[in-house]
Design a protein around this ligand. Structure first.
Ligand code: ADP
Ligand SMILES: Nc1ccn([C@@H]2O[C@H](COP(=O)(O)O)[C@@H](O)[C@H]2O)c(=O)n1
Length: 257
């Protein structure tokens, strides 16, 4: 696994290692690939096994408000929610940089049924209390400035037929959408936009997770890797490093000229 951007660490008053900034993980992949489920599993495991404080942010918080005409189109499955233009990329970037700066951030909550943000309802993220932030969305890696903020990038790679089946179930059963409109939206916007804007970003991933949440081996490896990065050097590692440094300096002294 690539470790391009190692987090920086400081020691707190108790001598424990605290990350200077939350460890930011981007999770991309097609619709219904299992991004949210993978994030939930990572959060559960980091929380239960490593007591890490983890927050999940969904890209849907950053959908732009719709004009009345676009609202009508959306109700008929004729609005392209899979195009980068549907998202407020600037606000997405600002939110993530505020989180990195450990600010208190107000996160809009999105309602897929009304195709709009919930009025006056937010999730408040106290970024200074958070160890790990998982940001998930079909276009999480689309914008370079946002991509560059992630310490780690994962792409959930699930078979397209499986994704379509899940998507249809979700839209019809959970969101009460009309089957004909759902299929039409999929063929007109979801599939072509996946091919144009999401799939090309797979190359930026550090880790590809085939089959999503059922891939427990991949999830365990990711959790272990995050844990290694956010915990900083442990006493055993430090002793080993100290001994190696001592051995190195001894051999420097005794080396014949
Ligand atoms: N490994 C899996 N096996 C079966 N169903 C799954 C699996 N992963 C996700 N799902 C289901 O598929 C749907 C989409 O999953 P979700 O994690 O919300 O995907 P995404 O966030 O990529 O849209 C949900 O109903 C979820 O419960
Ligand atoms: N009002 C909306 C907003 C978004 N969508 C669809 O959601 C998909 C992205 O969410 P996933 O959890 O599936 O990654 C995207 O494909 C949009 O088409 C929507 O249908 N309605």
């Amino acid at each position: 696994m690539a470790n391009k951007k190692r987090n920086e660490f400081v020691f707190n008053m108790n001598g424990h290692v605290e990350p200077q900034r939350p460890f930011l993980i981007g999770v991309a992949g097609g619709t219904a690939s299992g991004k949210s489920t993978v994030c939930k599993r990572i959060k559960e495991k980091l929380g239960e096994e490593h007591e890490a404080r983890v927050v999940i942010i969904g890209q849907e918080s950053f959908y732009k408000d719709l004009t009345p005409e676009d609202r009508e189109k959306a109700d008929l499955g004729q609005y392209n929610f899979d195009h980068p233009g549907a998202l407020d990329i600037h606000q997405m970037h600002k939110t993530l940089t505020d989180i990195i700066a450990r600010k208190i951030v107000k996160m809009p909550l999105y309602d897929f049924k009304s195709n709009a943000r919930l009025k006056d309802k937010y999730a408040i993220v106290h970024a200074s209390d958070v160890h790990v932030v998982l940001f998930e969305g079909i276009l999480a890696f689309y914008d370079k400035r946002i991509r560059d903020l992630f310490n780690m990038k994962c792409f959930v790679d699930t078979d397209p037929d499986t994704r379509l089946e899940r998507r249809v179930r979700k839209d019809t059963l959970e969101m009460n959408r009309d089957l004909e409109l759902v299929l039409n939206q999929y063929i007109t916007f979801v599939k072509p936009s996946f091919e144009d804007f999401c799939l090309p970003t797979k190359k930026y991933a550090d880790v590809i997770i085939p089959r999503g949440a059922e891939n427990t081996v991949a999830i365990d490896l990711i959790v272990q890797h995050i844990q290694d990065l956010i915990r900083g050097p442990q006493p055993a590692d430090k002793n080993r490093l100290r001994n190696r440094a001592r051995h190195h300096s001894d051999s420097m002294v005794s080396r014949p000229h």
